[in-house]
Ligand binder design. Structure first.
Ligand code: Z5A
Length: 211
């Protein structure tokens, strides 16, 4: 894989989409090919799975079913978009990836981490994430930001405060386990401050790139 793989993580409303767009502009200014994508989704088929998993349906969706759907979408996304982009040297900026499954389905819903690790092995064992930016902020602030944008709530936005607190704690545990890959940013800071910190990380990645 010649390109670089950057992922963005955090609770809802943390500013991931905003930061993804900023990274895209920064990399384009450095003449790097960028593929900005998201999970669940990123390809036409994976976007259809996203719709299934986010829509507030009438039928119960177990934590296991939800986990399997996330990985079904991810397997398509990795095979059809991420791997080809990295192979041709593009930088992939992905709004959420497997850390989100650990945080939401693992910490949030109680799915065993070993099962998530096993599925991750099957789907993307050889894929290395170069850098993860974890946009961290208190749950009430994130939810207020997200809810101020739209009155319609998906299955995750309808979850309790306690659920989102478990998700945030899940991200904290992941960052403690992999401090070299996962950079915590204070997402409660003004956007200009967040973008300055993101820029420093991206400039370092650009300097580290092979000549
Ligand atoms: N999910 C899962 O369960 N398991 C998995 O494996 C994966 C996903 C991959 C997908 O939602 C859902 O799928 C997600 C977890 C689950 N659900 N939740 N929660 P998504 O990723 O599409 O949606 P989201 O996480 O809810 O994203 P979001 O609400 O679109 O938030 P965001 O992208 O992090 O934030 P934003 O849109 O960039 O910013 C939100 C608002 O805040 C916006 O008005 C900005 O202008 C503003 N903003 C951004 N930064 C700042 C700062 N620094 N200060 C002030 N205001 C700011």
């Amino acid at each position: 894989m010649k390109g670089r793989f950057i992922t963005l993580e955090g609770i809802e409303g943390a500013g991931k989409s905003t930061v993804a767009a900023f990274i895209e502009r920064t990399l384009q200014a450095a003449a790097v090919e960028v593929v900005r994508t998201r999970e669940p989704g990123g390809t036409p088929l994976a976007e259809r799975v996203r719709h299934l998993v986010l829509e507030p349906g009438t039928e119960e969706l177990s934590a296991l079913s939800e986990t399997l759907l996330m990985f079904a979408a991810r397997a398509v996304h990795v095979a059809n978009l991420i791997r080809p982009a990295l192979a041709r040297g593009a930088w992939v900026v992905c709004d959420r990836f497997t850390d989100a499954t650990h945080a939401y389905q693992g910490a949030g819903r109680g799915v065993p981490p070993a099962l998530i690790d096993e599925l991750a092995q099957a789907v993307h064992a050889d894929l290395r994430i170069d850098c993860t930016l974890w946009l961290d902020l208190p749950v009430p602030e994130g939810l207020a930001r997200a809810r101020s944008r739209s009155a319609v709530r998906d299955r995750f936005e309808s979850e309790t405060l306690a659920f989102h607190e478990r998700v945030r704690a899940g991200y904290q545990a992941l960052a403690a386990r992999e401090p070299r890959r996962i950079h915590r940013l204070n997402a409660a800071a003004p956007l200009a401050t967040v973008e300055r910190e993101v820029d420093a990380v991206v400039q370092q990645l650009l300097r580290d790139r092979a000549p």
